[in-house]
Design a protein around this ligand. Structure first.
Ligand SMILES: [Zn+2]
Ligand SMILES: [Zn+2]
Length: 234
């Protein structure tokens, strides 16, 4: 004999029934998981990084999916499982889907919902500082005796060594390059990045390096701040 079940809410006789309702009406009536319609987060207009879990990170489908999953609340779903997928659109936007799985009355159930990801455009702290020429270090690029020609070739390489670290360290950027008689002076946002870049010049091009620091005021917590100068001779 055929199953004469029908849904009292929509009248359908099709599909699986849970607690006397069709699956669709059941999902509408019972709030099994709370999936927000939109999820917003800060995104920097300059560097494109997004603020996730309190940190500025280069957005990718992995960290955004994790962020979305953390915003979903499982309410009435035994052994509930949440899985988010986020794709980066060509226009720079994001599309997200949440798949929820669980068991109701011993019936395995799964459903999917789209979530709107809404970046809130800001300028991150690091970019704000860099735009006002913030720098913890200066790299002085100089030539070894009689090798001045090399400097123009070495400059973009040195800048590259600093900039490549930018995805991990937002202050790892060259904010200004000035050409002077002796060579080039580069302002670098992060002291640590300057130090690493200088070490790479030493290792790869046998550059001679020296460093020094001068006191450059105190920060809010009263800690002394230094400005570092790295001399690189190539
Ligand atoms: Zn129904
Ligand atoms: Zn930024």
């Amino acid at each position: 004999m055929q199953d004469e079940n029908f849904c009292p809410l929509c009248g359908t006789k099709k599909g699986r029934f849970i607690k006397g309702l069709c699956k669709e009406c059941f999902l509408k009536k019972y709030n099994l998981v709370e999936i927000p319609k939109t999820i917003s987060f800060e995104q920097c207009s300059t560097c494109g990084k997004t603020k996730l879990f309190g940190k500025m990170l280069v957005p990718d489908s992995k960290n955004l999916a994790l962020f979305v999953e953390k915003k979903v609340k499982i309410k009435n779903l035994a052994d509930g499982e949440i899985h988010a997928t986020v794709s980066l659109d060509e226009d720079g936007g994001f599309s997200a889907k949440v798949l929820a799985k669980g068991i109701i009355d011993n019936v395995p159930l799964s459903f999917e919902k789209e979530v709107l990801l809404e970046p809130e455009i800001v300028q991150c702290d690091a970019c704000m500082r860099l735009s006002s020429q913030y720098h913890e270090a200066i790299i002085q690029l100089r030539a070894k005796e009689g090798e001045r020609k090399e400097l123009k070739k070495m400059l973009p390489i040195l800048i590259g060594f600093v900039e490549v670290m930018h995805s991990k360290n937002s202050l790892s950027s060259v904010t200004e390059v000035s050409e002077i008689k002796e060579g080039f002076d580069l302002k670098v946002g992060s002291k640590k990045a300057a130090q690493i870049a200088v070490r790479q010049m030493k290792n790869k091009f046998n550059a001679e390096t020296k460093s020094s620091s001068v006191l450059n005021g105190v920060d809010k917590s009263g800690k002394e701040k230094y400005r570092f100068t790295f001399l690189v001779r190539v």
